[in-house]
Design a binder for this molecule. Structure first.
Ligand code: AR6
Length: 189
């Protein structure tokens, strides 16, 4: 067909982004689920894990104990789901990040698996929205910039290929983490 007769392609319709960054305490986040940076015992700990169990109450630990009885905890890179107890979020997805050990012990792939397996659980349960802390970037010592790059990449790839969850929030606990996420978003897309 001559060029002049070809229909003008429609301008792409505007789709509001399904990924956003929020600087907050994740225990205050009212997403359908929040993700916990747990350890393989699933019995709680410090950091965001301690904060989630404190704010959510004993029901979360009760369900964690049942999961332990069934499958013996949670391996690094994997994820399980419990109630959110008294949290504003209805559910907690517990994932176990890798301990940073120099970067040549499979840490990047294990961290990516944490994001993918948590998102898979959210999709299986058709959860609307999920908030993630910076898994492994506290006590487990993962370099924050590399971890932010993996988080943004994995979430964007998941959202491009899946309908659920509808929205993902990457939670920054401080201004430095927020800037790292914002830079990754600006450079990556
Ligand atoms: N809201 C949002 N982010 C937070 C909060 C909060 N309330 N508290 C901490 N962070 P960490 P890890 C950020 O150490 O490195 C526990 O003992 C924090 O600034 O909680 O995966 C577990 O039981 C950091 O960026 O988790 C494990 O044993 C990020 O959350 C171990 O720590 C993760 O820091 C897991 O270590």
């Amino acid at each position: 067909m001559p060029d002049i007769m070809k229909p003008t392609p429609l301008a792409p319709t505007y789709e509001p982004s399904r990924l956003r960054i929020e600087q907050t305490d994740i225990t205050k986040l009212a997403t359908t689920a929040i993700v916990n940076a747990a350890n393989s015992s699933l019995l709680g700990g410090g950091g965001v894990d301690g904060a989630i169990h404190r704010a959510g109450g004993p029901e979360i630990l009760e369900e964690c104990r049942k999961i332990r009885a069934r499958q013996g905890g949670c391996k690094t890179g994997e994820a399980v789901i419990t109630t959110g107890g008294r949290l504003p979020a209805g559910y907690v997805i517990h994932t176990v990040g890798p301990v940073w050990n120099g970067g040549l012990k499979g840490e990047p792939e294990l961290l990516a698996s944490c994001y993918r397996n948590s998102l898979r659980i959210a999709a299986e349960h058709k959860l609307d929205s999920v908030g993630f802390p910076g898994i492994s970037t506290g006590i487990y010592g993962y370099p924050k910039e590399e971890a932010a790059a993996i988080a943004v990449r994995e979430v964007q790839q998941w959202l491009a290929a899946h309908e659920w969850p509808k929205e993902v929030v990457l939670v920054a606990f401080d201004g430095q983490a927020r800037q790292l996420y914002e830079r990754q978003l600006a450079s990556g897309s």
